[in-house]
Design a protein around this ligand. Structure first.
Ligand SMILES: [Zn+2]
Length: 195
C-alpha cells in the first residue's frame, strides 16, 4: 500500500521496534513528532517515575511528556552513540535530522541518560565504531564524593571524576549533543547536595 508517511516503524537490529526513514532527510528537517498521542504529567509525580522506567519519556519544564504507546512516533527511536537525529523537548517534542539520513536508514538519537550506582544497567548495541558500551553515564557514590557545592552554589569537581567528565564532554561535543551535559550537571548537584 502506498504511504505518504516519511518514516516507518519496524523491528530494529539495535533493539525492539525502531524508526526508519522512507525518504532522504537533510540536517535541520523535522523527521517525526515525538508522540502524536501523549499526556503531560507533573515531573515529580509517581506516574512520571513509573513511565520513565518502561518507556522513553520527555522532560519539558515542570512536566513530563508520556507517549501513548498505542500510537507509534519518535519515542520509538533507538539510542545510538553516533546519532543521526536529535530529540528536542520544546512544544510537543520532535525528532530533528542532525546528519543526512538515507532512505531505509534507522533514525537514532542520543538518550543522554544519567544513572546513579547502576553501571551496566543498559548496555548499548548501537554498533557505532565509537560506541560507549553503555547508554547511561553512571554516577557512583565514589563519583559523588568528588563533587562539592560551595555556599555560593559553585560546583567544584575533583579527580578522578573530573577526567571522566572532560572525556564525556568532548565525546558529546564530537556528536553535536552538548546539551546533554545539562542533565548530568543537574544530577551531580542533586546528588552532591544530598550527601
Ligand atoms: Zn552505542
Amino acid at each position: 500500500m502506498f504511504s505518504l508517511s516519511p518514516v516507518e516503524f519496524r523491528d530494529s537490529p539495535i533493539a525492539g521496534r525502531g524508526v526508519f526513514a522512507r525518504r532522504r532527510f537533510t540536517p535541520g528537517e523535522v523527521v517525526v513528532a515525538y508522540a502524536p498521542a501523549q499526556r503531560r504529567v507533573a515531573a515529580q509525580s509517581a506516574e512520571a517515575t513509573a513511565a520513565a522506567e518502561t518507556r522513553l519519556t520527555l522532560a519539558s519544564g515542570d512536566t513530563v511528556i508520556v507517549p501513548d504507546t498505542r500510537v507509534p512516533g519518535g519515542w520509538l527511536c533507538n539510542h545510538s552513540c553516533a546519532p543521526n537525529a536529535t530529540l528536542y523537548a520544546s512544544g510537543a517534542g520532535r525528532i530533528q535530522c542532525l546528519r543526512p539520513i538515507a532512505p531505509g536508514e534507522e533514525v537514532t538519537i542520543f538518550y543522554g541518560w544519567v544513572s546513579h550506582n547502576e553501571a551496566g544497567r543498559a548496555p548499548c548495541a548501537c554498533g557505532a565504531p565509537a560506541c560507549r558500551g553503555s547508554i547511561h553515564f553512571d554516577v557512583s557514590d565514589e563519583d559523588v564524593k568528588c563533587v562539592t557545592v560551595t555556599p555560593e552554589r559553585t560546583v567544584v569537581v575533583s579527580q578522578p571524576l573530573r577526567r571522566r567528565l572532560v572525556e564525556y564532554e568532548q565525546f558529546l561535543h564530537s556528536i553535536d549533543q552538548d546539551h546533554v551535559q545539562e542533565n548530568l550537571a543537574k544530577m551531580l548537584v542533586r546528588l552532591a547536595l544530598r550527601k
